[in-house]
Design a protein around this ligand. Structure first.
Ligand code: PA5
Length: 341
């Protein structure tokens, strides 16, 4: 066993527990007055838009996954853009930015305000916190981590509580199981080391069903950002109608890796796909998400696969925390005044 720096992962259970303390208990009583128009947080909502980018935006994907299992009362719209989707009727907008300085998320939050939607910020501070707080909009301030993606539980858990407070999902009984999922993954370091070793010298192609899209996207993002490793995520069934055709690719080494949860309705579909991929000579890896609730298996997956990418970074001798190209892009966008924020 090699000594891997797990960065903030060992703190994930406590980050999850701490972060939910900051969700205002009376959030449904909030009324915000924007230029004479009152935004009333006690009203009915018919969708939830979760807007954010990268390590913050993935919270939307994870909530969307969970709603394939939970009886979520309204559609969850995941928005990773500088604009909100058009023609929303009565949405609740949750704007998530770890730093609070991501221009796309700030623009979306401003748009929500100008369209008169109830909005809640989830952030460690930054401009998002200032803009929203100055207008009396609720902001959940969450604990800091070494970089946005390492603070995932601090961003996800308050979001789940917000959904509970708005009567959209009943999450309270599952929160502890999600923490068990993180703890279980923290004990699976040997397995993470084995998996990371299998991914060396190849481009991982991650196969995942729609109901685990968040785990697949998060794994790809962690490969990109922690290990600076290129990877592809293919969501089935759609990916079975296009990406699969590239299984015959000879120019670059592909490493097929499938993610499967215990009760995923796409399970048999994914098994069939793997049989077909194998019939072309590939030797796919399978990661089974462990856990007795949807949140537990989801959190097991994102934690285990995140740790795997830290091991890969270690094997590649890559520094995992910094993401210079992302920083440079943000600076350039700022310099070129692409966003009026
Ligand atoms: O994980 C990361 O560092 C990035 O993907 C960031 O989350 C992304 O750039 C958005 O920044 P923030 O989460 O601060 O809004």
């Amino acid at each position: 066993m090699v000594a891997i720096n797990l960065i903030d992962y060992p703190r994930w259970p406590s980050l999850a527990r701490e972060s939910i303390l900051n969700v205002p208990a009376d959030i449904r009583n909030v009324k915000v007055n924007i230029d004479g128009r009152v935004i009333d947080y006690s009203g009915e909502v018919d969708s939830v838009v979760i807007t954010g980018m990268g390590g913050s935006g993935v919270v939307g994907d994870i909530v969307s996954d969970l709603c394939w299992f939970w009886d979520c009362k309204v559609p969850i719209i995941v928005s990773k853009n500088m604009r909100l989707p058009r023609r929303l009727s009565k949405p609740l907008v949750i704007a998530i930015s770890y730093s609070g300085n991501t221009a796309e998320t700030i623009m979306s939050a401003n748009e929500a305000l100008s369209r008169g939607y109830p909005i809640i910020g989830v952030t460690t501070g930054g401009k998002l916190s200032t803009i929203l707080s100055n207008k009396g909009v609720p902001v959940v301030l969450v604990p800091k981590a070494s970089a946005p993606r390492y603070g995932l539980p601090s961003l996800l858990y308050p979001t789940l509580i917000i959904l509970e407070r708005f009567g959209i999902a009943s999450v309270a009984n599952e929160l502890e199981s999600g923490i068990s999922g993180m703890e279980r993954a923290l004990k699976a370091i040997d397995e993470a080391e084995r998996l990371a070793g299998e991914l060396l010298n190849a481009i991982p192609i991650i196969w995942v069903g729609e109901s685990r899209r968040g785990v697949g996207i998060r794994f790809k993002n962690d490969l990109n950002e922690n290990a600076k490793y290129f990877a592809i995520v293919s969501i089935i069934p759609e990916g079975a109608h296009n990406d699969i055709a590239a299984v015959t690719t000879k120019q670059v080494g592909l490493r097929h890796i499938a993610i499967m949860g215990p009760n995923d309705y796409e399970g048999r579909y994914l098994e069939t796909l793997l049989d077909v991929v194998s019939s072309f000579g590939a030797k796919p890896l399978v990661v089974k998400l462990e856990g007795s609730t949807p949140l537990e298996s989801e959190m097991y997956g994102v934690t285990f696969l995140g740790i795997t990418t830290l091991v890969l970074a270690h094997l590649l001798n890559v520094e995992p925390i910094s993401t210079l190209p992302i920083d440079r892009l943000k600076e350039e966008l700022d310099k070129r005044k692409l966003f009026p924020v």
